[in-house]
Design a protein around this ligand. Sequence first.
Ligand code: PMP
Length: 338
Amino acid sequence: MYYNSLIETLGNTPLVRLNSVSNGVKGTILVKVEYFNPGNSMKDRMALKMIEDAEDAGILKPGGTIIEGTSGNTGMGLALAAISKGYKCIFTLADKQSQEKIDILRAVGAEVIVCPTNVPPEDPKSYYSVAQKLNKEIPNSFYPNQYDNLSNTKAHYETTGPEIWEQTEGKITHYAAGVGTGGSMCGVSKYLKEQNPEIISVGIDTYGSVFKHYKETGNFDENEIYPYLTEGIGEDILPKNVDFSLIDTFVKVTDKDGAIMTRRLAREEGLFVGWSSGSAVQGALDYAREHLQENDIMVIILPDHGTRYLGKIYNDNWMKDHGFLEQREFATAKDIIS
Ligand code: PMP
């Protein structure tokens, strides 16, 4: 038994019950562990779908170059699919992204261009603008644009949603996910609500992002936009993949609360996951504490793996420097000797 290429191992990730961090919450809390995908994140799913749809539409031709503005995981998914299909990859990303993410992309043969984080999207130096410029200049290049490319949502509608429905035997009552491009939240939510319109979808947002306020007021308020550290969720734009009618409510989570919950998931559940996973669980449990009943079943998406965050939230000194920890939790030899 073997696969013809790594990308065939995509999907069918496990659903696992939380046993410790969910203490005191009514109902069953399950997490979909997306780091089991070949590129260690759920973004493998939409990356492959964007490429296949572009091939079908004749936009991406043999020998082409894929250019994308990506926070890392989409890049990894695109790079793996590109290897098996013979495309080149160039990625632009913001300099707040972890060095590990940049190094991983380079390791799998992609060219990576690092752009400043704190400039508006329309600034020519932003990672959105640089990707668009390269796309115009490089012949036979394809710019997937994960924010507005609806193949993103479709990938989760066709794979993640049905997997969750089958794994819970149709008993899921609540679905929670962080919202970045919106693809995973809205693709899964659309599929689940078509099976059972009673299912409630909870979107997790960051402080510094526009989503929650926009959902509640219909206004795009620039005052909601300010720098934050959590990677992968929250936005300063309204991507086409975010369909607000498919998200019942939003919960905001601070950088600190998300980081601390991520570390708890690793230590108490053995789930060595990325920062946005902690944010999703923190926000989902805040919601669950108030709203879930004994028979409810909530599924939370955990988007990626912890390796990419070793130098940040899994590093005590980094946590302390950012005011997220009072003191280091691990002793050094010096602490023991003195
Ligand atoms: N977490 C991480 C680590 C991500 O890379 C992303 C993708 N931006 C998300 C969460 C949010 O997922 P989506 O783009 O499907 O909204």
